[in-house]
Design a protein around this ligand. Sequence first.
Ligand SMILES: NC(=O)c1ccc[n+]([C@@H]2O[C@H](COP(=O)([O-])OP(=O)(O)OC[C@H]3O[C@@H](n4cnc5c(N)ncnc54)[C@H](O)[C@@H]3O)[C@@H](O)[C@H]2O)c1
Length: 256
Amino acid sequence: MGEHSGRVAIVTGGAKGIGGAIADRLAAAGAAIAVFDVDDQAAQARVEALRESGVPAHAWHVDVSSRSDVEAAVDAAEQELGPAHILVNNAGMIVFGSLLDCKDEDWDRMLAVDLFGVFVCTQTVGRRMVANGIKGAIVNIGSTASMKPAPQQFAYCVAKAGVKMVSDFAAAELIEHGIRSNTVAPMGAVTDINRELLADPAVMRALEAALPSGRLATADEIAAAAVWLCSDDAAYVSGATILHDAAALTHAIWWR
Ligand SMILES: NC(=O)c1ccc[n+]([C@@H]2O[C@H](COP(=O)([O-])OP(=O)(O)OC[C@H]3O[C@@H](n4cnc5c(N)ncnc54)[C@H](O)[C@@H]3O)[C@@H](O)[C@H]2O)c1
């Protein structure tokens, strides 16, 4: 019996990577898990592993950039598992490129998945939380790119800056209903989003040398911060952003 026993958590992009680690940690704290993801195979594997350990879990094929996908899955999850107490907006992808080279279709796709997806999930689940009288917790996975431009990540930085504002806005608007909203802004961990890029030892060495801690985080370390924000220990925390970067942004310039 964990603190989330009897609660339902929706984790977008919960099939693998950081979202997978968040789903596992929330399940360990007692929550039933709804995975919304486009990777059906990985999502199915995740929920089967959770079910084997006795956790109620179900996966829905959801492209978070589709309002109809999101609304249908929120309905289905409520019927199958019960109303959501926790929403983790984690699903994301990246199209690399500079401002000068950014194509309209790359901009559109990045903002559709990484920003509209966060808006539509927050709105759909937020409306249900209010209607159900649930004092829920929403956690949004931003990035250090929410705060600072990163080379070759133009549209991603714009989308992630927007994620922080959706999160802050939800905190301001929903606190009267007892609903909290917070952001985790990770520097990074090796996951499918960057595995190919970081497989080049020279790229990895340069990145580690640039980081004051000398290493990336693990997906589970990022998940720990997100899951703490969902916890009752964080009952008075809303509108916050946890900069999860081992001082990388703080260190910049003066300590170089
Ligand atoms: N890994 C990092 O270094 C890092 C750093 C900062 C922020 N982030 C953010 O963390 C979040 C999780 O990324 P990750 O690193 O675990 O990558 P990942 O690729 O392992 O996981 C992303 C998940 O989102 C799912 N997804 C992608 N597009 C989707 C869509 N349209 N609809 C529904 N699901 C979709 C993928 O199938 C996958 O399960 C993302 O928002 C990412 O931007 C990651």
